[in-house]
Design a protein around this ligand. Structure first.
Ligand code: ZN
Length: 207
């Protein structure tokens, strides 16, 4: 087994890019919309994403991931900024049909292998100038910048820390830009935070 680092918890932000909210017919939220993925969904570079047979619509979501380095409780934005340990590429794999039919997102977002995670990098430069790119079979499908986020990275961390304490080793996935799309068996999907972290995974059926 590859040496997968499992975050203590994974907090995700939904609809944090206006263009992505629009492509799914949703409004941009007035406050960050958050949900959890289970740590058991994490896989490493090269491990397969397994398509569950109960879904006909599994989609990729390339995202900028934040690894927390210091405990944050009701933190200010500057304190949240200082507590970032590393940036990682994240694929918030989602069974879109189940997300719609369930209402609650736990099943749609929580299958084993639904959270490919790149290697951590503490050398990421300007937080407001990170680019996330998704490629499927080598073809670019998503490109977004943290500058386009509805809620900035420090704002998201501060907001979450007013609800639940963020611990060292927790992961926050900051939302996906527009261009989400289907994954099929045989695909290879790569998420890259440009020049910082990347994760590439083949897609297989679970039968
Ligand atoms: Zn997402």
């Amino acid at each position: 087994m590859p040496n997968t680092v499992r975050p203590g918890k994974i907090v995700c932000v939904g609809r944090n890019y206006a263009e992505h909210a629009k492509e799914l017919g949703n409004e941009v939220p007035k406050a960050p919309l958050i949900f959890l993925k289970p740590p058991s969904s994490v896989i490493s570079d090269g491990e397969p994403i397994r398509l569950p047979s109960v879904s006909q619509q599994v989609e990729f979501e390339g995202e900028i991931g934040i690894m927390i380095g210091e405990r944050l409780t009701r933190a200010s934005e500057p304190d949240a900024r200082k507590a970032i340990r590393a940036i990682v590429a994240v694929n918030d794999v989602t069974a879109r049909d189940l997300q719609k039919s369930d209402g609650q997102w736990t099943r749609a977002k929580g299958f084993d292998s639904f959270c490919p995670l790149g290697t951590e990098s503490g050398d990421f430069g300007d937080l407001s100038d990170l680019t996330v790119i998704t490629r499927v079979n080598g073809e670019e499908r998503q490109r977004g910048s943290s500058a386009q986020m509805v809620f900035s990275i420090p704002a998201v961390l501060s907001y979450i820390s007013h609800i639940m304490t963020l611990e060292p080793g927790d992961l926050v996935a900051t939302g996906t830009p527009s261009g989400v799309g289907l994954l099929a068996p045989g695909d290879v999907v790569e998420i890259e935070v440009e020049g910082v972290s990347r994760v590439s995974n083949p897609v297989i059926e679970t039968r």
